[in-house]
Ligand binder design. Structure first.
Ligand code: NYM
Length: 246
């Protein structure tokens, strides 16, 4: 099936409140799919290793203060807005050399809208499945929970690829607050997480699967494996790619 030009990887996103278990489950999914012999990569947003990522990290750990609109756009720049960097290299190189674009993405700069879109598309079309720990939904849910308008929050990321599957790890804010490490970062406040949960609710569409995140970790793992495998199969059979927020 690897020779079928229609066959592609799946774009799978994990979303949920802070401490809902996304990061643990993403790495378990990676191991699972690798074990089955699939080509798969794990990405996460925010990517704290970039320049903008460090500004985000400093904001989240209360070392710097930023206006709500500004931090939203920084999150977006971390995976959204086209950076000036894109103009410094011929785009053809980015398309042409997958390894170079990988390197650029992972080690050098904030990725930028054009680069992220084309990099994701290249990965998927060459048969690699992407497991993404948070995506645009986090951007909209966390910023609209502060009172920014939904449409304004979505605008910088219109036209990025829509996920084939969104796994929403559903947890009551009170339960999440009991988990280890809670409260260390800016948004980890019970009242605020309640608002974020409400904001996530209006973002659900047909690509979302809601999974109860209070079950034993292995039970969640099993359910996610089944959902992801089904999605990977559909994408191998040529399920078309779609755009986000359109
Ligand atoms: N977050 C994450 C946002 O507010 N907007 C975004 O676009 C993204 C991707 O960052 N509380 C918030 C959600 C989290 C925080 O994420 C750090 P993580 O997954 O804990 O590193």
């Amino acid at each position: 099936s690897g020779c079928n030009s229609e066959s592609r990887g799946a774009l799978v996103v994990l979303e949920g409140l802070d401490r809902s278990g996304k990061t643990s489950q993403s790495s378990r999914l990676l191991t699972y799919l690798e074990g089955l012999g699939h080509s798969v990569e794990l990405w996460r947003f925010p990517d704290r290793s970039t320049n903008v990522g460090q500004m985000i990290s400093s904001y989240l750990s209360n070392k710097s203060q930023l206006d709500d609109h500004t931090i939203h756009l920084l999150f977006s720049a971390n995976h959204g807005i086209m950076s000036t960097w894109v103009f410094m290299f011929p785009l053809s190189i980015i398309y042409w050399d997958k390894n170079l674009s990988d390197y650029v993405y992972k080690h050098t700069f904030d990725c930028g809208w054009t680069l992220l879109r084309s990099l994701m598309e290249t990965k998927l079309k060459t048969g690699t499945t992407l497991i993404v720990d948070r995506y645009s939904y986090s951007g909209v849910a966390f910023s609209s929970a502060k009172g920014l308008g939904d449409e304004w929050c979505k605008a910088p990321e219109i036209g990025l690829l829509a996920p084939d599957l969104v796994l929403y790890l559903d947890i009551q804010p009170e339960k999440a607050a009991e988990r280890g490490g809670y409260g260390a970062e800016k948004y980890e406040q019970l009242e605020f997480q309640r608002k974020v949960a409400q904001c996530y609710q209006v973002l659900h569409d047909a690509s979302w699967k809601i999974v109860d995140a209070c079950q034993p970790i292995e039970d969640i793992e099993k359910q996610l494996q089944e959902l992801v495998l089904e999605c990977v199969m559909a994408c191998q059979k040529g399920k078309p790619l779609a755009n986000l927020w359109s």
